[in-house]
Design a protein around this ligand. Structure first.
Ligand code: C2E
Ligand code: MG
Ligand code: MG
Ligand code: MG
Length: 288
């Protein structure tokens, strides 16, 4: 009996595995042709200061596959990285985001607006061609490079320190800015930070989420903010979902925010309205 059960269990497990392998294969196949089939698009999430003024947009990639529907980036970015096509995908993001930025630049930007933030995969950054590619896109699209904020992760700063720093300094000379994404979740050694031209730390949303009930998160954010002050870095909190979180963050001294409380990521058209409408966030405050 037990043996029988075990065998069935194994058969079930094998079927599960086969489904997973088939799903993965379908995903890879669809991902291969996603750029060519024009299945990617970009959304833009507002970043705001403590007065609710727009200071930037984070550019977020979306994939609507003909066969698979909407696939979240947390699912397809790691696969694109493993497949070795994140470069191509990353180039598409950079080029299209900079084209959008150029349109906004030509419309005239509000005084509070500092630019757009683009997520850079470690694999993309590691390519020898990365610096040249960024410079080329800046030249082709005619954007002001100081409006470009590249989001990298902590993990990238602990390996190949010399070559990573060299690339960052090179781009920094061209006015490009850098933020550390999901700060506090990786291998945080506070000492390495000073080797790199970093402008901003983005506090990971897991700390913000725990803020109201976990005293540790309070302490961690406090520490990040005072460290950033000493190092002359900006701090932006990610994933702010309600006014309670915003108020605690403001009291701690974090004055830059991003999250559903202010706005979900929006299409380019709505982002244009935000930019041109001199609105403040959250929008409900003014009855929009
Ligand atoms: P991330 O860079 O940390 O981006 C923030 C994520 O948090 C986004 O998820 C955003 O929609 C979500 N978010 C924003 N506000 C809130 C909030 O108040 N509550 C909650 N629960 N979530 C919030 P998304 O768009 O699904 O992206 C997930 C991750 O995928 C990103 O995390 C980033 O690591 C990666 N990603 C997205 N676009 C790109 C891209 O163009 N290139 C690369 N390499 N990675 C990307
Ligand atoms: Mg990011
Ligand atoms: Mg993040
Ligand atoms: Mg993340």
């Amino acid at each position: 009996e037990a043996k029988e059960k075990g065998r069935n269990g194994f058969r079930f497990y094998r079927q599960e595995m086969q489904v997973q392998v088939a799903e993965r294969a379908a995903l890879e196949k669809a991902l291969h042709s996603a750029v060519r089939n024009d299945e990617f698009y970009l959304v833009y999430q507002p970043q705001v200061n403590k007065n609710g003024r727009l200071i930037g947009f984070e550019v977020l990639l979306r994939w609507f596959s003909e066969e698979l529907g909407l696939v979240p980036p947390s699912r397809f970015i790691p696969i694109a990285e493993e497949m070795g096509i994140i470069d191509e995908v990353g180039y598409w993001v950079l080029d299209n985001a900079c084209q959008q930025l150029k349109t906004w630049q030509d419309l005239g930007l509000p005084a509070s607006f500092e630019g757009i933030a683009i997520n850079i995969s470690p694999y993309q950054f590691a390519k020898d061609s990365f610096v040249g590619t960024v410079k080329e896109v800046i030249e082709n699209t005619q954007i002001e490079p100081r409006l470009l904020d590249l989001e990298i992760t902590e993990g990238m700063l602990v390996e190949n320190i010399a070559s990573v720093a060299e690339k960052m300094w090179h781009l920094k000379e061209h006015q490009v800015r850098f933020s550390i994404d999901d700060f506090g979740t990786g291998y945080s050694s506070l000492r390495y930070l000073q080797h790199f031209p970093i402008n901003q730390l983005k506090i990971d949303q897991s700390f913000v989420r725990d803020l109201s009930n976990d005293p540790n998160s309070h302490v961690i954010i406090n520490t990040i903010v005072s460290m950033a002050d000493h190092m002359n870095l900006s701090v932006l909190a990610e994933g702010v979902e309600n006014p309670i979180e915003k108020n605690i963050l403001e009291k701690i001294g974090c004055a830059r925010y991003q999250g559903y409380y202010f706005s979900k990521p929006v299409t380019g058209d709505i982002a244009t309205q935000y930019l041109c409408g001199s609105v403040s966030f959250p929008l409900e405050r003014q009855g929009i």
